[in-house]
Design a protein. Structure first.
Length: 318
């Protein structure tokens, strides 16, 4: 970057540009830089943010080219200010402020709405709050709170849900959190999704190919972590996955629970035609107590030696 700094907000649009907002470079900054991955260069747009700040929430709407930057701190106080970056004109517009000041929060964009997750007011304590911003009405709505207050967390969107990952509850020992919670906007509810192996705050996370990756952060000993952890949030209780095996008649399929993993086994005279179209195991988060499997074969009445396709639908029964 052109300006060394920390505690900034970061967003992407169309996977062709990376935006860095504000942060701290000896003083709280309102600088904006954009990275062009094609040219491999950083450049400064004409307009800095209207309000200098760090540790803010950011949510990007790829469809419109708008990026919303909300909350954060100015070095003395938590802020509720909300600004919108318009990529078309390279300029900023003030928008409705959050219901309450928050710094050290996380931001997310889902289904046409921006979400401000957790954080803290000036001086603390950590908050479990969730604020939803509607850009059409330019207004905020208070949604269901997380089960655990957390600040310095990170958040990702995957599978139509928001995942709040790690952070600190700002307890007497400044306890770092390993827990992950999942928010369903359709029901306005949070559910526990599991734990990272290393509790930490000030981490980063990304989602890709259905998986979630948690990177770095600081642990309870105050040590920066090099850890990269991967989790799979797709197989919640009540959900299922499907795979197929192509083989000969009399293939036997079953699902069993072993160390929180559904194992779908194929046995019998599959022969050299035996092929599984996806991995034959799937971990459930949170841990499941039982899995059920339903097998459908095509054709229903195969002839001797005829190739048969078996579709196995495995459900996490909870």
């Amino acid at each position: 970057m052109n300006y060394p700094r920390r505690s900034m907000g970061v967003a992407t649009l169309s996977e062709y540009a990376i935006y860095a907002f504000g942060g701290f470079d000896g003083a709280v900054s309102n600088a904006v830089e954009i990275y062009d991955p094609v040219g491999g260069t950083w450049y400064d747009p004409a307009a800095p943010m209207l309000t200098a700040r760090e540790r803010m929430g950011v949510a990007a709407d790829d469809a419109t080219g708008y990026i919303y930057v909300f909350g954060g701190g100015d070095g003395a106080s938590a802020l509720s200010v909300n600004e919108m970056w318009d990529d078309g004109c390279g300029c900023w517009f003030p928008k409705a402020s959050m219901p309450a000041p928050r710094t050290n929060l996380a931001g997310a964009w889902l289904n046409g709405k921006a979400y401000a997750i957790g954080g803290m007011p000036t001086g603390g304590p950590a908050q479990a709050s969730l604020f939803e911003y509607d850009p059409v009405g330019n207004n905020w709505t208070v949604r269901a709170s997380m089960s655990v207050p957390r600040t310095d967390l990170t958040a990702v969107v995957t599978g139509g849900r928001i995942l709040a990952i790690g952070g600190s509850d700002m307890g007497a020992l400044g306890t770092k959190l390993g827990t992950v919670e999942s928010y369903d906007p359709a029901t306005d509810t949070w559910s526990f999704l599991g734990k990272m192996n290393v509790p930490r705050d000030m981490l980063a996370a990304a989602a890709g190919n259905g998986m979630v990756y948690a990177v770095g952060g600081e642990d309870n000993a105050g040590v920066g972590r090099p850890d990269l952890e991967r989790g799979d949030p797709r197989f919640l209780p009540g959900t299922s996955f499907t795979f197929t095996i192509t083989g000969q008649a009399a293939v036997v399929c079953a699902a069993v629970t072993v160390s929180n993993t559904a194992l779908v086994a194929a046995s019998g005279p599959c022969g050299p035609l035996s092929v599984a179209s996806n991995p034959v195991s799937y971990s459930a988060v949170p841990p499941s107590t039982s899995f059920t499997a339903v097998k459908t074969q095509t054709p229903a009445s195969p002839g001797i030696g005829q190739a048969v396709t078996y579709r196995i639908d495995v459900t996490n029964s909870g």
